[in-house]
Write a new protein. Structure first.
Length: 211
């Protein structure tokens, strides 16, 4: 039964799903869909994702969109190490971290800091300094909150690697390419240690974008 993930390897959210599949040892096909292509997404893709975002997912007749739904399904449906805590309280903290990353970290760290400081200048455009300045306190609050929530041990929930780690890693991968991001991470020792551990993980290394 073929597992298909639709999207582009540069996408934070596609990478989260790919890391989850890798951690569970699930063979899958990455079907290219580029939301930034000149003609936009192909029309057939809207059958998989009505809002035209990436990723989308197919397995054994099941179609899913939204990364959190995909990653939780992959953890529940396939053999391999559990990526969600069995304990209700710890699972709630994991879900809170995923929600925090989606609601606050992704926009500030990736679009408002990385894109403005690194991606736009690389393409020959000026950075929006006001946008960067507004995002810095949000990003700092995200890092401080993650550090406060982090349990003792290598991962955000302690000794168990969870979906929270896999959700955070691709966001931080872009964020620390900006000098503001690198300096903020360096100032948070527990998160710096976490980054060293997650960035050495095979699932992280093998899903690095080739774009």
């Amino acid at each position: 039964m073929t597992v298909r993930l639709y999207g582009a390897d540069y996408s934070v959210y596609v990478r989260i799903a790919r890391m989850t599949l890798a951690e569970k040892g699930v063979d899958h096909e990455l079907v290219p869909v580029d939301v930034f292509a000149p003609g936009g997404i192909p029309e057939w893709y809207r059958e998989l994702h009505p809002f035209g975002r990436i990723p989308a997912f197919e397995h054994d007749g099941l179609r899913l969109f939204e990364t959190a739904a995909i990653s939780r399904y992959v953890d529940d449906a396939f053999a391999g190490p559990a990526l969600q805590p069995a304990d209700a309280a710890r699972r709630a903290v994991m879900n809170q971290i995923v929600g925090l990353l989606d609601a606050y970290a992704y926009r500030a760290m990736v679009w408002d800091i990385y894109v403005e400081r690194v991606s736009r200048p690389r393409a020959g455009h000026a950075s929006d300094e006001a946008r960067i300045a507004a995002a810095i306190p949000v990003a700092r609050t995200c890092i401080d909150t993650l550090a406060a929530l982090k349990a003792p041990g290598p991962w955000l929930l302690g000794d168990q690697l969870t979906l929270a780690d896999l959700h955070a890693a691709p966001i931080f991968a872009y964020f620390i390419k900006a000098p503001e991001g690198a300096s903020m991470l360096e100032a948070a020792p527990s998160m710096r240690d976490w980054w060293q551990a997650i960035s050495a993980r095979e699932s992280f290394v093998t899903t690095e974008s080739t774009s």
